[in-house]
Design a protein around this ligand. Structure first.
Ligand code: CTP
Ligand code: MG
Length: 343
């Protein structure tokens, strides 16, 4: 089934409790570059022509504040601001019910990922229109191991591993079936692609963006803030354009503002390396905490590992290419197809 052009309805789950963020203000409303966190994602999605409706899913007690921000920002594609459920899956399910009937393709993007670009949204939507299901993803560059009781049990083949992000997009019928089936079977997934996978339906991998981080802990704010640059200026347009034309190439590194974000991501990545070699030494950890980089308590699920010898690697490296002429998605160094389903 191909949708040309797709009528896209977007769901923005932003109803989480932000427990790891540990803030008094609901995470979705925490200001970043002068705007509530969730507003950044909403604005990026709003700029995508194919998106005709947006449903915002928020915490029940702040829906009025969310409606106010939607009105103030003139996000007139927002058709509903509704209360979320007990977990992300339940929040998306509610969003799905509130989506206008005209939407035949559903875009889902976490309100907690403010650095998404309209270009990445378009790339995921385009892939889902033909494949039925698609997700943004970036290859894992760290070595990944299984462990048990403090001992390594095996080393995984990282060439087959990806960190999955949102945006994700699905034919509406597929997503509705996936949610219905998950409800019936009691399956719980941390993203919507997992539910669709349970149906046995293939999910297309689309080149994500290392800068498309999820704000999870307080330290992420500074990184996201830098990545957002000066926010909304002409440089944003350059970034969007570049992503639209060449989704896999350097989209996050075209602005002065990104220089700072890149540096911060590198610092976070370097911190992971430091943490792993210094874990046994509380003293040395305290010393390194004086470094500016240590303000960003890195977590391995939020960035692509970089190294000191490749200072711009974390966000510069093109990840996947979706060019049909080149025979579908490839890894950047020509190592071959990214996934059997994408051939
Ligand atoms: N989310 C949601 N409804 C829930 C739980 C999560 O809409 N019941 C949303 C969050 O608001 C966020 C996205 O799903 O935009 C990803 O979740 P996460 O980053 O884990 O945010 P929180 O659940 O808010 O954070 P935490 O897990 O630390 O409580
Ligand atoms: Mg959560």
């Amino acid at each position: 089934m191909s949708l040309e052009p797709a009528t896209v309805g977007a769901i923005v789950p932003a109803a989480g409790r932000g427990e790891r963020f540990r803030g008094a203000t609901p995470k979705a409303l925490v200001p970043i570059r002068g705007r509530p966190l969730v507003q950044h994602a909403l604005e990026a999605i709003h700029r995508v022509d194919e998106v005709v409706a947006i449903v915002v899913v928020g915490p029940a007690h702040v829906l009025d504040a969310m409606r106010e921000l939607v009105a103030a920002a003139r996000l007139d594609k927002v058709t509903a601001v509704i209360a979320g459920g007990a977990d992300r899956q339940a929040s998306v399910a509610r969003g799905l019910e509130a989506l206008p009937a005209a939407a035949d393709l559903v875009l889902i993007h976490d309100g907690a990922r403010p650095c998404v670009t309209p270009g990445l949204v378009r790339a995921v939507v385009a892939a889902a229109a033909t494949a039925g299901a698609a997700t943004a993803a970036v290859p894992i560059e760290d070595t990944v191991k299984r462990g048990e009781d403090g001992w390594v049990t095996s080393t995984l083949d990282r060439t087959q591993l990806y960190r999955v992000q949102t945006p994700q997009a699905f034919h509406r019928a597929v997503l509705e079936r996936a949610h219905r089936e998950a409800l019936r079977s009691g399956f719980h997934g941390t993203d919507d692609a997992a539910l669709v996978e349970q149906l046995g339906h293939p999910v297309r991998l689309v080149a994500g963006d290392a800068g498309n981080l999820k704000v999870t802990v307080p330290e992420d704010l500074a990184v996201a803030e830098a990545l957002l640059g000066r926010g909304g200026g002409p440089a944003d347009a350059v970034r969007v354009e570049q992503h639209a034309e060449a989704p896999a190439v350097d989209a996050a590194v075209v602005r002065d503002g990104d220089e700072i974000g890149r540096a911060l991501l590198e610092q976070r990545a370097d911190q992971v390396v430091r943490d792993s070699v210094q874990a046994e030494s509380a003293d040395r950890e305290r010393r390194s905490a004086r470094d500016v980089g240590d303000r960003f308590r890195a977590r391995s699920d939020d960035f692509v590992h970089t190294s000191a010898t490749s200072p711009t690697h974390a966000v510069r490296k093109p990840v996947l290419s979706l060019s049909k002429e080149q025979g579908g998605p490839k890894l950047p160094d020509g190592r071959g197809d990214i996934h059997p389903l994408c051939r």
